[in-house]
Design a protein around this ligand. Structure first.
Ligand code: 5AD
Ligand code: SF4
Length: 452
């Protein structure tokens, strides 16, 4: 749908700033929008308050994330008033744009609204806005946006690559199937080509992204593991990761790739959401507590070293204290290396939002606190258990101290080292100390090129 928004001509923007909220796919989309605007002749700035155009790449997954957009718009305009300068042009992109297009226009009078499947039109929409005919574009066209995006040029040591978008699972709490649309896999050749371009642009690690990344497939039925094996043949690509996976799409081929492909890192983000079968059924998760635990057993049988991560929701409508206790027991049984946990947030248009027995905020706070205590305990234990191990870290950026660098272990832990390094170096370290969120490593030999 394309519709007129406002009609006040503005000076065409010369500088822009993209701010991404939410998931890693938004980070990827934000980078692609920045490349698009740069290719259109605009200059990127790190300072949102000084930019002529601010693109807010939004997240709709929980209410808090959505509200952040409106407070950001207010802050940007207030700041411009205080500085006695014209308010920046504001483009709202991402899932809030998709879900609340008309509402944003009414509530915040922004210049451009563009959904996640239409952002290749951003330069045109911005030009229209400058000319006084701003627009809303939340189309989900059949033709993919990816072909219309410029080639990748400069990236960090670790880069994201979207291979799959959308979701057909319809968990009853989730907006993603509505904001990102149905499951679509990008073509094999386009992905391999983009991966090569990322490596040429400096990436040594690529994280394949998808709302259901392990549902990726093509007409030749290669599956995500086939794609990973093909990417493994790209010279210069040292590490491959993928996220987020659904338990039901975790094939034996993908599990086996964790044993066979050295570049595939021993880390798996596999959300379970809850530990009670009744809650899982009400969530429409289509797996049970037991099938999830058996899957974890199969993965660990093939790759005993794997670090597991998860997502959890506490206070889903009707969740009793006893059902919540089953989530804690599942956490105890799995032993996650890290995890994300959230209070249930009713999202307009989803089935769970109108279910009876919504759980009160105090009970949700209490459950979240207990769950996070258990998850933090396990994360600290996982980190402590890696002390004494030797592994390779990929240097991603400078640390705060002189001579300090920050890299990632194969298990996605942040590791601080001191030495003469550069971004993109693979450095062999002995892990010497563990904190709750990061570790310290001592360099053993320069520029080793293998993972643990
Ligand atoms: N409320 C709380 N958490 C949610 N998530 C998705 N929808 C909701 C919601 N309505 C969480 C899930 C998902 C993660 C990305 O966000 O745990 O895996
Ligand atoms: Fe949302 Fe469920 Fe799809 Fe994940 S699998 S994106 S939680 S609907």
């Amino acid at each position: 749908m394309s519709a007129p928004v406002h009609a006040t001509p503005k000076t065409p923007p010369k500088t822009f700033h993209v701010k991404s909220f939410g998931c890693q796919m938004n980070v990827y989309d934000g980078e692609r929008m920045a490349e698009l605007m740069a290719a259109d002749g605009l200059t990127a700035t790190d300072d949102a308050a000084a930019a002529d155009l601010v693109v807010l790449n939004t997240c709709h997954i929980r209410e808090k994330a959505t509200e952040k957009v409106y407070s950001d718009i207010g802050r940007l305009r207030k700041h411009a008033r205080e500085q006695d300068r014209a308010a920046p042009m504001i483009a709202v992109a991402g899932c809030v744009a998709q879900a609340e297009g008309e509402e944003i226009v009414r509530r915040a009078k922004v210049d451009v609204v563009v959904g996640p499947q239409a952002y290749h039109h951003l330069p045109k929409l911005v030009a229209d806005a400058a000319a006084g005919t701003p627009a809303l574009d939340t189309d989900m066209p059949l033709a993919s946006k990816f072909g219309a995006l410029p080639a990748r040029r400069r990236v960090g040591a670790s880069a994201f690559l979207t291979v799959q978008e959308g979701c057909d699972k319809f968990c009853t709490y989730c907006v993603v199937p509505y904001t990102r649309g149905a499951e679509v896999s990008r073509p094999f050749d386009a992905i391999v080509e983009e991966a090569r371009a990322l490596v040429d642009a400096g990436a040594r690690e690529i994280t394949l992204l998808g709302q259901n990344v392990n549902a990726w497939n093509d007409a030749d039925d290669r599956g995500l593991h086939g794609l990973i094996r093909a990417l493994d043949r790209i010279p210069g690509l040292a590490r491959i990761r993928y996220t987020t996976s659904h338990p039901n799409d975790m094939t034996q081929g993908l599990i086996d790739a964790h044993r066979d492909v050295a570049a595939l890192m021993p880390f798996l983000h596999l959300p379970v959401q809850a530990g009670s079968d009744r809650v899982l059924r009400a969530m429409n998760r289509s797996h049970t507590r037991d099938s999830y635990l058996r899957l974890i057993d199969r993965i660990r049988a093939v790759c005993p070293d794997i670090a597991l991560s998860g997502d959890f929701i506490v206070g889903f409508p009707g969740e009793t204290e006893a059902e919540f206790a089953e989530t804690i027991a599942l956490v105890d049984a799995v032993g996650y290396a890290q995890a994300f946990s959230f209070k249930y947030s009713p999202r307009p248009g989803t089935p769970a939002a109108t279910m009876e027995a919504q759980v009160g905020d105090a009970a949700m706070d209490d459950r979240l606190q207990r769950l996070q205590a258990a998850l933090n305990r396990d994360q600290a234990a996982f980190n402590a258990a890696t002390v004494g191990r030797r592994c390779t870290i990929l240097i991603e950026r400078r640390g705060k101290l002189p001579g300090q660098w920050l890299g990632k272990s194969p298990w996605l832990q942040s590791v601080h080292v001191i030495g003469d390094h550069a971004i993109g170096d693979m450095v062999e370290v002995d892990l010497t100390q563990a904190g709750p969120n990061s570790l310290t490593g001592r360099v053993t030999a320069p520029a080793a090129a293998t993972a643990c």
